[in-house]
Every structure is written in structure tokens, then in C-alpha cells.
Design a protein around this ligand. Structure first.
Ligand SMILES: [Cu+2]
Length: 149
């Protein structure tokens, strides 16, 4: 059971990334995450989450997986038409952003440890093909929550 040490390592790496990214003019991927939320799920079977990842660097990257103590199984999903399908990765363009939103790309959580309610905060680690992991705190909102534009 080394989940705790893995998490600690991820946090340490994230802190290092933030420091290394401060004031340097280089073009390595540098991420900021905005507007994260998880609508309070109806059951404890499944939950979704949304946010925007901004890449402030000149190098494209992609999210390849997401881990959390909150759920056994977290997958990346994209929506084509009315059908959602699992994606192996989600691209974050250089000097661009990856948007996860209702009806579009999203994170899908299954095997939840508990049913989250409004006011809870879920912590996840985004893992990239190239950059170090980024830890994101995702507040749980009302089931019908819509972010302000
Ligand atoms: Cu989905």
C-alpha cells in the first residue's frame, strides 16, 4: 500500500514545477487549472468533473491519466455527437487550453469511495505525457450547477 508515498511524491513534484516555472522564460509546458467543479452526483456509482487546463508554455502536452484516492477508476471521456467515449489522452495545445465541460470532454469517476455532497472537495492528480503531475482541488457543487461564463 504505497498510495500515500505516491501522493506525497506527486505533491513534491508539483511544488517543484511551480517553483521552476516562476519567472523563467522557457517554453516547457506550464499549467494552470481554472473553474474546476464536480456536480453533486445522483448516486455513488459515478461522478463527472470539469475544468479548464491552460498551457502557458510553448510546448504541447496531453493528459494521459488521472489518479485520486477518491475513486478506483478515473477515465478521460470525450463526447462526439450525443455519445461519449473513453479517450486515451486529452491534448493541451501549446499556449492554448483544454476545456472540460458539460456535453464535452470530462473526467469520469467510477468506484467512488463515498457519495460526495455539495461543499466537499475532491483532490486529483493530472498526469501528463511530458510534464510533472499537477494536483487539482475540485469543489463539489449543486447537481445543476452551471459555471459563469
Ligand atoms: Cu463520460
Amino acid at each position: 500500500m504505497n498510495r500515500r508515498t505516491t501522493l506525497a511524491a506527486a505533491l513534491a513534484l508539483t511544488a517543484g514545477l511551480a517553483l521552476a516555472g516562476c519567472g523563467t522564460g522557457e517554453s516547457a509546458p506550464q499549467f494552470t487549472v481554472d473553474g474546476a467543479y464536480m456536480p453533486q452526483p445522483v448516486t455513488d456509482d459515478m461522478a463527472g468533473a470539469f475544468f479548464t487546463v491552460k498551457n502557458n508554455g510553448g510546448t504541447a502536452d496531453k493528459i494521459t491519466s488521472v489518479t485520486s484516492d477518491f475513486a478506483k477508476d478515473i477515465t478521460l471521456h470525450k463526447t462526439s455527437g450525443t455519445k461519449m467515449e473513453q479517450a486515451d489522452s486529452l491534448p493541451v495545445p501549446a499556449n492554448g487550453e483544454l476545456k472540460l465541460s458539460r456535453g464535452g470532454n470530462h473526467l469520469m469517476f467510477m468506484g467512488l469511495k463515498y457519495k460526495p455532497t455539495k461543499g466537499d472537495v475532491i483532490t486529483v492528480q493530472l498526469r501528463f505525457a511530458h510534464a510533472e503531475p499537477v494536483t487539482v482541488s475540485i469543489p463539489v457543487r449543486a447537481a445543476n450547477y452551471q459555471p459563469k461564463k
